[in-house]
Design a protein around this ligand. Structure first.
Ligand SMILES: [Zn+2]
Length: 471
């Protein structure tokens, strides 16, 4: 088996190769579109399962809107079409004829959802409307990278309508909070939370909140966003309701989404030279059992299968690698590459001593565990690993989080070594544009405040901003 590219020297190539070698995804015949393979999709289902639970627990209902949207819908909100026009895929022919009005393959569904919301709301009693859909969308990307940027990607898009600004704002923050919980406590990825600059926010939003993580190469990755939309959306779609005073009013709208990019974030945050390292909570298999010096049907084989059943009974996701044409070494290599958190090795000598060998993916340390303690040990190990991965990523983020007052001090460093820089900013687009010289962008405005003046000009800083190179 060929070794992976050097993760420290050539992170980008390492990333591309591990995604395919670990069988998370494959390239497809359509440029920029990947096939998510069963191993990758299992991860997505675990992420989806957790988030879907929270989406419902916070009072939203799932539904499904059409894939195709009349082109005129997108044109109704000026900023929205301006932002998305270059990325649209448009259907002009169908049923053997040219269509009277072209249909856009949804890049996001605000316009369709809002058209429908307008039919559904009559009075304040119909509000709030809180919906979500799980689907795929298409944005024609020039440069793609598996999971991190693809032409078609899977996601959830939440869309809500509220009677008051305060309610809508609370919704935006609540769902942002759910995302941060998912990132930190499930994906084991520490994040920076903040507000996007006017230039970086969603096309048609008043406020876009983001949560960003830092990958191992020091580049930032936007993990997801939560938007308070401009009232222009409501106005463009003639969406009104009768308020409690009998007056016609426009609702306040939100939308929020995370995508299969989260899989890419897990890969790029936790992997090492030997492959993926999956946080136990989102690992399709948390434990792999590999029999050693054993044949199908012998006592070791039977014991291995019994361990599988016992672990499954307490809710652990287990793979018993019972392929008899592969040597244990080849199996170790493969499951290490695929990032399974815990490996259990079991041979005749172990069985004679009523024990197994347990190896965690992070430290590769071997521990002999008595069979009577196995379930407790595995469960403890999974909890420890989940925490250890978060802690390791947190240390990396803290070490790469620099504070600097002026662009000429940190710009060259940022370009050469990446990492995130906290600085002050006057919030003028002209100063923001200066960052391009160092291939960097503003990632988000944060609440923490340390700088009085802008990183570029002599104006007062309005808020501290995080600057980084980004995916
Ligand atoms: Zn400035």
């Amino acid at each position: 088996m060929q070794k992976l590219p050097d993760i420290n020297q050539n992170f980008s190539e390492w990333y591309n190769e591990i995604v395919y070698k670990a069988e998370l995804a494959d390239q497809s015949p359509v440029k920029g579109c990947i096939v998510v393979r069963p191993y990758g999709w299992s991860m997505w289902e675990l992420i989806q399962g957790r988030l879907d639970l929270r989406i419902k627990a916070t009072g939203h209902q799932n539904c499904a809107f059409p894939l195709l949207i009349p082109e005129s819908f997108l044109k109704r909100e000026a900023k929205h079409i301006e932002g998305f026009a270059p990325e649209l895929a448009i259907v002009t022919h169908a049923g053997g004829k040219e269509l009277e009005e072209p249909l856009v393959v949804r890049p996001t569904s605000e316009t369709m959802v809002h058209h429908m919301f307008a039919q559904w709301m009559k009075s304040w009693r119909d509000l709030p409307i809180k919906t979500n859909q799980w689907c795929s969308v298409v944005r024609w990307e020039m440069r793609t990278r598996p999971f991190l940027r693809t032409t078609e990607f899977f996601w959830q898009e939440g869309h809500t309508a509220h009677a008051t600004y305060d309610e809508a704002y609370a919704e935006v923050k609540q769902m942002l909070g759910e995302y941060v919980d998912l990132a930190q406590n499930y994906l084991a990825i520490p994040v920076i939370v903040g507000r996007k600059s006017d230039q970086e926010r969603f096309a048609g939003a008043d406020i876009t909140y983001t949560f960003e993580a830092m990958m191992q190469d020091g580049k930032a990755l936007q993990m997801g966003t939560s938007h308070l939309l401009s009232q222009n959306f409501a106005k463009s779609f003639e969406m009104t309701f009768q308020d409690q005073n009998g007056q016609l009013a426009y609702p306040y709208l939100t939308s929020w989404g995370v995508t299969t990019r989260l899989i890419g974030a897990v890969v790029a945050t936790h992997g090492d030279q030997n492959g993926l390292i999956l946080p136990p909570k989102v690992a399709p298999f948390q434990v792999v059992i590999i029999p050693v010096a054993s044949q199908p049907g012998d006592t070791v084989w039977q014991a291995a299968d019994k361990i599988r059943l016992e672990l499954e009974a307490v809710g652990v996701r287990v793979k018993f690698d019972d392929r008899d044409h592969l040597r244990p070494g080849a199996k170790f290599y493969e499951w290490e590459l695929k990032g399974v958190p815990v490996r259990i090795e079991l041979g005749p000598k172990d069985l004679a001593q009523a024990q197994v060998v347990l190896v965690d993916r992070l430290s590769s340390k071997k521990q002999a565990i008595l069979l009577v303690n196995l379930i407790d040990s595995v469960q403890a190990e999974l909890i420890d690993l989940q925490q250890a991965l978060f802690d390791r990523a947190q240390v990396r983020l803290t070490q790469s989080w620099h504070k600097a007052a002026k662009l000429d001090q940190f710009g060259p460093n940022l370009e050469n070594h990446a990492g995130v820089y906290q600085t002050g900013w006057c919030q003028s687009p002209a100063c923001e544009l200066e960052l391009k010289k160092f291939k960097a962008t503003t990632r988000c405005l944060i609440e923490d405040r340390e700088f009085e003046t802008c990183f570029n000009c002599d104006q007062a800083s309005i808020a501290d901003v995080i600057v980084a190179k980004a995916y």
